[in-house]
Design a protein around this ligand. Structure first.
Ligand SMILES: O=c1ccn([C@@H]2O[C@H](COP(=O)(O)OP(=O)(O)O[C@H]3O[C@@H](CO)[C@H](O)[C@H]3O)[C@@H](O)[C@H]2O)c(=O)[nH]1
Ligand SMILES: [Mn+2]
Length: 355
């Protein structure tokens, strides 16, 4: 049974209309929004303009949005702006920080509305919202996929004590056409396109990591927002295209599809990813074995403790991880500055909930 959203939904009002922001990182005009207009127009957009702040980003008429460029980020965060990547899509996490809503959806500006096998346009945002309002089943795998969907349920042998599920923190969508491959795979299979539409929503089991992609992603900002820091990438950094995955590993400890239209240059991507491809062979075991102490009772405390372990255990791989660990602390300081913990029913902002 899907949880009711906290807002009183008037029939016909788009779900979570006033409880969700759409965050878009961009270096180009946002004409892509025309295709998303039927689905996105009722929602507030937070546009994070990367690169040259003197450039004007054109936003189609009729959208309600706020736009932040690098000058705005520097003005709002001061020295703490150093934790927000420059010249990299990782800058999008600034949008998560300034939002005041309970939910976030983030999408790249080269992603378009996909069609399901029947030819029907997919409202990816609506499916993400349904995912976020529906519990997940991380403690015991249900073989008939999402048991809360119409036409499915828990299969025989599924413990009744676990059928309430756990609150869903992240809804991870996929992409038809250009798959999110790393550079070596892109180089070996330049013409490969993802044509396979799988109509299933799965919960990634507790304790299982996954490579989170920021292209088509939604999350519960109050539940997990402080941990959704897209790691320091871009200008002056030795690694790129690992920002979203870093956040996924930190938060982890899905279904809706979009149409990814533009294959980024695999040779450029190889340069961006090069360090990440071999560092990750040590980073993944780090996350698989990371243990946080019981005193970590909020997401922020968990994140700060994790940053200490990043420095201690990954700093010997490369000084970059010491820099990243410092940036993780700065991110939390900035997050708390812009989002002072609210005491709502004894549940401070960003409290880590048992899953
Ligand atoms: O310097 C930049 C470059 C781009 N952007 C904006 O970020 C997104 C993604 O850009 P793009 O589609 O060009 O790059 P992809 O390689 O397809 O990105 C995906 O790969 C991963 C990169 O970490 C990630 O999963 C996806 O983002 C667009 O909206 C650009 O406008 C930017 O802000 N700054
Ligand atoms: Mn892209």
């Amino acid at each position: 049974m899907a949880k009711e959203s906290s807002s009183k939904t008037v029939p016909g009002t788009p779900l979570l209309k006033d409880e969700l922001d759409i965050v878009i990182p961009t270096i180009r005009n946002l004409d892509f929004l025309e295709m998303w207009r039927p689905f996105f127009q009722p929602y507030h957009l937070i546009i994070v303009q990367d690169g040259d702040p003197s450039r004007t980003i054109r936003v189609p008429e009729g959208f309600d949005y706020e736009l932040y460029n690098r000058d705005d980020i520097n003005r709002i965060l001061g020295p703490k702006a150093a934790c927000i990547s420059f010249k990299d899509s990782a800058c999008r996490c600034f949008g998560y920080m300034v939002s005041k809503k309970k939910y976030i959806y983030t999408i790249d500006d080269d992603c378009f509305v996909a069609k399901d096998p029947s030819g029907k346009e997919i409202n990816a945002l609506e499916q993400h919202i349904k995912n976020l309002l529906t519990p997940s089943t991380p403690h015991f795998f249900n073989t008939l996929y999402d048991p809360y969907r119409d036409g499915a349920d828990f299969v025989r042998g599924y413990p009744f004590s676990l059928r309430e599920g756990a609150p869903t923190a992240v809804s991870h969508g996929l992409w038809l056409n250009i798959p999110d491959y790393d550079a070596p795979t892109q180089l070996v299979k330049p013409l490969e396109r993802n044509k396979r539409y799988v109509d299933a929503v799965l919960t990634i089991p507790k304790g299982t990591l996954f490579p989170m992609c920021g292209m088509n992603l939604a999350f519960d900002r109050e539940l997990i927002g402080p941990a959704m820091y897209f790691g320091l990438m871009g200008d002056g950094q030795p690694i790129r295209r690992y920002d979203d995955m870093w956040a996924g590993w930190c938060t982890k400890m899905g279904l809706p599809y979009i149409w990814h239209s533009k294959a980024s240059n695999p040779f450029v991507n190889l340069k961006k990813e090069y360090n990440g491809i071999f560092w990750q062979e040590e980073v993944i075991p780090f996350f698989q074995s990371a243990v946080l102490s019981k005193d970590c009772t909020t997401v922020q405390k968990c994140y700060i403790e994790l940053s200490k372990q990043v420095s201690e255990k990954l700093g010997k791989i490369d000084p970059y991880f010491n820099k990243l660990a410092d940036a993780m602390v700065t991110w939390i300081e900035a997050w708390d500055e812009l989002n002072p913990p609210k005491e709502a029913a004894g549940v401070p902002n960003g409290t880590a909930k048992g899953k």
